[in-house]
Design a protein around this ligand. Structure first.
Ligand SMILES: [Fe+2]
Ligand SMILES: [Fe+2]
Length: 311
């Protein structure tokens, strides 16, 4: 009798390079959370807050999250994706220029923009992408709000918008899958897209914006869904473990549990929290260090301008 594996084969990549354009959502957390409190608290509609580009509230504090993924497929083709588009257009314009993203967009060398989720620091800066490439295909998670779609249009988008349905992996090209997860979080934001890349001879890499669905849940999803998912080679991005730098037993358990996945490269930043990464280092997890340049505030993070080479 033969058994057919129900695990999904997404194919394999030869190589994946992740360039951190910006992981600093903002510079001062107290200022952002003060603004949220003044606007009515955690369940406020984010679009009611007059932050850039909708207003000038504490504009100097606003930055954004964005990364460039460059994948090489087994036939030698190079495919590029922008993962999130940041927040403050002034900051994003500067970082895009410093990393050469503006030119890649103008030349049509970035085939799609993946919006991980609708949070202001990942999405509101979309004008900085669209002014260089208005026709770019955009992927948003299920749960995206009507105001988010309106924002995309008002920033001059002329291309296709694809809504990623929850729990229906989309293979964007061989070796790379995009998965939508249902979640509800701060400022009425619903749904998050996560990328999983399968690297030839190495295993899976998971790329998250904030990982609001919980890093362990997102890794367990890979284990039970993808062929090769029992081997997690690397993780990159925001892991939302201690975004406010507070610590407790539950957080300790998450970091402890990460040791059970055999991950070879832990490259985190953004809402992971420094305290969480310090714990990872203490526990012997293979944390990839950054260089704390271009506004990134610690070398515990793979930060702005740092590059993670995989494969
Ligand atoms: Fe974020
Ligand atoms: Fe977020």
């Amino acid at each position: 009798m033969t058994t057919v594996s129900s695990m999904l084969d997404i194919g394999a990549l030869r190589r994946l390079t992740i360039r951190c354009i910006s992981e600093t959502g903002w510079f001062d957390t107290g200022t952002v959370f003060g603004d949220i409190k003044d606007a009515g608290g955690a369940e406020t509609d984010q679009y009611a807050i007059p932050w850039p580009p909708f207003g000038a509230l504490h504009a100097d504090n606003a930055a954004g999250f964005s990364a460039l993924l460059e994948a090489e497929t087994t036939d030698g083709a190079v495919r590029r994706l922008l993962f999130d588009t940041g927040w403050n257009p002034t900051w994003m314009d500067r970082r895009f220029a410093e990393e050469g993203i503006d030119r890649l967009l103008q030349q049509g060398q970035i085939e799609a923009l993946i919006v991980s989720h609708e949070h202001f620091d990942h999405f509101w800066g979309i004008g900085s992408t669209l002014k260089h490439c208005p026709g770019i295909t955009i992927y948003v998670p299920e749960g995206f709000h009507p105001k988010g779609f309106t924002h995309i249009q008002q920033q001059g988008h002329t291309g296709k918008v694809v809504t990623v349905r929850a729990d229906q992996p989309l293979v964007l090209f061989p070796g790379l899958a995009l998965v939508g997860f249902p979640m509800h979080t701060l400022l009425k934001v619903d749904g998050e897209n996560v990328l999983y890349a399968n690297l030839q001879d190495r295993g899976l890499t998971m790329v998250t914006g904030c990982g609001h669905g919980g890093v362990l849940n997102l890794l367990d999803y890979a284990r039970r869904t993808f062929q090769g998912g029992e081997r997690i080679h690397a993780i990159y991005g925001g892991l939302h473990i201690a975004p406010l730098e507070d610590w407790d037993e539950a957080r300790e358990q998450i970091v402890n549990a990460l040791r059970g996945y055999g991950i070879a490269k832990v490259a985190c930043n953004h809402c992971t929290g420094r305290t969480a990464v310090e714990k990872m280092v203490e526990l012997g997890l293979p944390v990839v260090r950054g260089t704390a340049r271009h506004g990134s505030q610690t070398n515990l993070f793979v930060g702005n301008g740092d590059v993670l080479e995989l494969g």
